[in-house]
Design a protein around this ligand. Structure first.
Ligand SMILES: *[C@@H]1O[C@H](CO)[C@@H](O)[C@H](O)[C@H]1NC(C)=O
Ligand SMILES: *[C@@H]1O[C@H](CO)[C@@H](O)[C@H](O)[C@H]1NC(C)=O
Ligand SMILES: *[C@@H]1O[C@H](CO)[C@@H](O)[C@H](O)[C@H]1NC(C)=O
Length: 190
């Protein structure tokens, strides 16, 4: 390398080293924090009532592509979007104690004949120790009776939560789409 090239490189290195980190207005910089060495594990168990039929459905179809070819036997055409506000109860019966609600949407995301939904919901508890806290679930939701979904976050006592849930479709009416889902959630949180 020529001397002036070396000098140019040195200048770059020195300039980089002495330039203070400048934060834009959009952030306040990063700093190292100590993460807690212990986290809590909480189990939740409840039933979600997803009702499409009747005068007061808790799930409604809000959109589907106009050019969708609804294949026989597939009630969930690719692109269909549903919005839900389902109640969560302590027991299987819809008349049992309501302990929260699941609000969100699911979309039919398979181009094939298989049932595949993208579930995204915020499940807020409205009673007991976790009243006002919620878990956030975003996951692919398949047709199996027992399935696993991912808990990706939460609010309140479940802030920064991570976890998973097993879901068992304990009741499904294939004609109407009405379902009762049993949830067994394991949440790790601060
Ligand atoms: C849950 O919290 C809300 C808001 O603070 C309060 O109004 C409600 O009474 C609480 N419910 C129970 C069952 O504790
Ligand atoms: C949920 O937990 C209960 C009690 O342990 C168990 O009977 C049930 O089979 C579990 N269901 C799922 C879907 O994991
Ligand atoms: C399933 O849903 C259909 C359509 O709403 C209804 O006619 C039928 O009675 C339901 N079956 C049961 C077992 O509830």
């Amino acid at each position: 390398m020529e001397t002036n090239t070396i000098f140019a490189w040195l200048l770059v290195i020195i300039t980089t080293a002495i330039t203070p980190a400048v934060n834009g207005k959009y952030n306040s910089g990063s700093h190292i924090i100590n993460v807690p060495t212990t986290i809590k594990e909480t189990h939740l168990h409840f039933f979600m009532h997803d009702t499409l039929s009747g005068d007061n459905p808790s799930t409604i179809l809000v959109a589907k592509p106009s050019n969708t070819v609804v294949q026989a036997g597939n009630t969930l055409p690719f692109g269909a979007v549903y919005v839900f506000d389902d109640s969560l109860t302590e027991e299987l019966e819809v008349t049992s104690k309501v302990i929260g609600n699941a609000r969100g949407m699911y979309a039919s995301v398979s181009r094939g004949m298989d049932v595949s939904l993208l579930f995204s919901g915020d499940l807020e508890l409205t009673s007991g120790e976790f009243n006002g806290s919620s878990i956030t679930v975003v996951c692919r939701d398949g047709p199996t009776v027992v399935k696993e979904m991912a808990v990706v976050g939460g609010r309140g006592k479940f802030r920064m939560a991570k976890g998973f849930t097993w879901i068992n479709a304990v009741y499904v009416n294939a004609t109407s789409g009405d379902a009762i889902l049993e949830w067994n959630v394991t949440v790790f949180h601060q």
